[in-house]
Write a protein that binds this ligand. Sequence first.
Ligand code: ADP
Ligand code: MG
Length: 579
Amino acid sequence: MIKIIGRMLALSGRRRSKLILSFFMNFLESMMGFVPVVTAYLALYWLQADAMTIGRIRLIAVALAAAVLLRYAFKLLEFNLQSGVGYEVMCDERLSLGKRLLRLPLGFYQDSDAGRISSILNDDLVFIEDTATAFISKTVGAIVGAIGMAAFMFAIDWRVALIACIGYPLAGIANHFIKRHMTVCSALRQQAHAEASSAMLEHLRGIFVIKAFGLDGAQGTRLRKALRNLEVVSCDLEMGALPLAFAYACCFNVCTACILGSVATFYLGSTMTLSSAFLFIILLFAFYAPMELLGASSSILRLMNACLDRAQDIMERPVMDEGCESEEPRGYGISFSGVAFSYGGNAVLDGVSFEAPQNTMTAIVGPSGSGKSTILGLIARFWDVEAGSVEIGGVDVTRMKRDQLMQHVSIVFQATYLFHDTVIGNIRLGRPDATDEMVMEAAKRARCHEFISRLDRGYETVLSEAGATLSAGERQRIAIARALLKDAPLVLLDEVTAHIDPENELLIQQAIDELVKGRTVFLVTHKLSTVKHADRIIVLDGRKGIAESGTHDELMGNDGPYAAMWAKSRRISSWQLCG
Ligand code: ADP
Ligand code: MG
């Protein structure tokens, strides 16, 4: 409890004083709850002593009315202070988690799938924002209430107070077992929840394939299994806790019966006054109420702790730029020296070295899986090398902050992701401060203008998620328009024309020609015709290193893997011609 209050206070940052004040208001509010009990005791006491006067009746009435009003006022203040804080704190927390996620290496996204991350950002933080502040102050109020009532009871009659207090350690033992059960089950439940979210996301993303191939049965199995598992785990959590919760409630019921018995005995034995006996009977109904709430609260507190742990886990992951002083590149030549890289133990590159002078075009060719895209990823610092170095303009990329590095680099991938936004908004991503005219100019140069003009609302047409309303070739040209608008000196093109029909290919080729003018370009492709004019061709052969490199003519003369690739591609095109 103390730990979670500390964590919430630490999270609340500059809103801490508001939060503390709201807890204090809660304390005052629960103190007001005692006034009716005290007045009832006084009334009985005075009546019994035959000392009740009009003045005392008035005093009791005023005290009761004041207590109601004050209680309302404190509640209102507490609510006002608190209601915003939970949402504000969680909004800040989401934003900082978002920033952190951007700075994590891509490897993080491979280890933890989208379902798990979105479950942290949504379910976990929503749970905390909806529950945390209100819940903590309710719990603090309950503890204060219980301590106050116990003190009052001891002041009236210590014997009954002692019997009443025995209920707490007994309930504590039951609570310990509930806790143990919950700790095990809630971890399993969170796991099941994350798995269900991830299966649901996968199902929705793949819905086209699932429908097209009638895979509802096969592909739905993972989703069904995950949802069934969530159901089973959730039921286990509830059902397993039921007998323990029953035992917990029993502790209070047994103690209540003992108090009633002892009050009757003491009163009949004349060791307790009538007013005290009445008081205990009144208190009996209120004394255990806060503790029952606390019993229910311990599971919620644990869930809150677990949610905070998961969010903290992201915040504590090492980011790529931590503590690095950003250095400006001195030019835009690229050099790899002795680069080694592997994906989780699976070595892809080893001892790769080459130089690509500024304003030249370097083509990378090689079989699928030989590491072509990986080389581009290392230049853009999606990953960090394991050995050796990648330099841009003589500066190691690890010495540049990612956002600054990305200002110098434009990338066009094989598949372009378009956001659910207007066409103009999607192109403007390349340069957020560009005017409409600049965007249109880029669109024209990227051969997009014509098809955009044919859309219903032209540049203002909203594209559906992942740009599903445009053809692959059109999406690719939008990506090139983005890159043109960005106007970065380094351009990385990864299989831009793969899977594109010939008509689109021609347009894309024209758009690329615009893009590469006067820049340092890396071109990954398996269409050999497009690499012929490159200043340098790097050939990978799947054996983790560079098989050979040089200009087209040099490599053809070598009669090595490059020449073999040409021979193969000629054979394929002649088959196509014959067919
Ligand atoms: P290419 O672009 O030449 O087809 P890649 O650079 O994409 O090859 O991949 C090289 C090798 O690394 C392949 O065997 C591929 O399976 C593996 N690989 C690529 N990306 C990842 C990744 N994110 N995680 C794990 N392995 C990967
Ligand atoms: Mg690739």
